[in-house]
Design a protein around this ligand. Sequence first.
Ligand code: ZN
Length: 472
Amino acid sequence: MLMYLVTKKIILAFLSICLSVSLCLAGQHNELKYIFLFIGDGMGTNQRLTADYYKQAIDTGNAKKVGDKLSLSMNKLPVHGIMTTHPSDAYITDSAAAGTAMACGQRVRRLTLGVDDTNKPIKNITEILRHKGWKIGILTTTAIDHSTPAAFYAHQSDRGKYYEIFQQMLSSGFEYFASGYSIAAINDNFNAFELAEKAGYKVCRKRDELKTVSDDKVWVCNPNWGKAGAMPFNSDRTKIDFTLAEYVENGIRLLTNDKGFFMMIEGGKIDWACHHNDAYSMVSDIIGMDQAVDMALNFYHKHLNETLIIVTADHETGGMAMGGRNDYFRPAKLKGQIGSAERFEIEIEKMKEKGADFNKIVDKTEKWFGIEDLTEYEINDLKTAYELSSAGEIDESMPKEYRKYAQKNPYTVTAFRIFSERAGISWGSVTHTATPVMVTAIGIGAERFCGLLDITEIYSQIFSLVNGCDSK
Ligand SMILES: [Zn+2]
């Protein structure tokens, strides 16, 4: 370990010297002014690589072999690190504690947002940068008051206090929010747009408005939202839905200024897909986030000595493995799926209500995954799950089923696990794990994000980089 730390220090020193020398030779001023922090919620290393291999297979038409080069821009960034994510009270974190660790630099209890273990608010990086005159953007594919975005503007002892969190979003004064809707507004049945407009925010819900809006404070909200106010999964999106890449593109347009900007961009539904063991929706949301990374890279190439891009995750979700019962792994097989597990479950339930028999449900399942060859063994598994899911809620009084289906709809879980297995993907969990996540980076100070990191170092490295720049 000691040897490793010494080696890490030597590499860091070497990279810093190289960077300083090259900047001196170029005769350019090195001042960090623009930071993009991408957080793929639940996006473990295996998820990142599976999405990469899937894209390669689709792009090259070769489903059986990995090429020599990675295909996702986020994976090709020059600096790579690995990061532990645990909170102060457990090994496994949640998005509130993990978001707080990255935004505030402190390890806190699960389910808490921007407060320490005595519930005292901790100043976060966005508040510090705003004080310096930087503009702030908070972008997510979930609702704007969900935990990851909230960690960058709210201070609450409970991530479930959505109304209070939403109020703190409105009073933050941050220049740019882009998201799905608001969980607070859905739960408490109020119009979030009216409150936002009263607080001075221009609300944008159409593509032509998004492209032209130029107000000082903007909240872009996707035209549609589903469960918990989130944007649709990429696997379900329609033409009118915004993309995370559009959110970043317009964020750059609205926030660029001489003092600087900080953008936190969350691919929030990667986590939700993994909770469902829905590999195709996971892959397509990671690819959607990668297109947003491309927008940031376009900006980086125009502002080489002023920009830092970091791409990481708050934790891994699903205990996903690239491989299963044998050495077979073929992510391109996910391609046939036509929609998310969330939508699948709704459609199957509708069919059941209308009295469809099991054979019709199996037909629908095959169509959903673009297959025609479910085996007898797989159909038997589906039949057992179907009978259980028709019998009502699974609860802890049914220990075997409770464990097997992890308190989810047995039919959905079984169908998506079968489809994952066909692609050689297996799942050890339906929730978060303690598995470390990948960090990649490019730009000013990127070398600080290599090696073994702790989640609180996202904050501390940004803080010292920004203050280092200030003291010059
Ligand atoms: Zn989660």
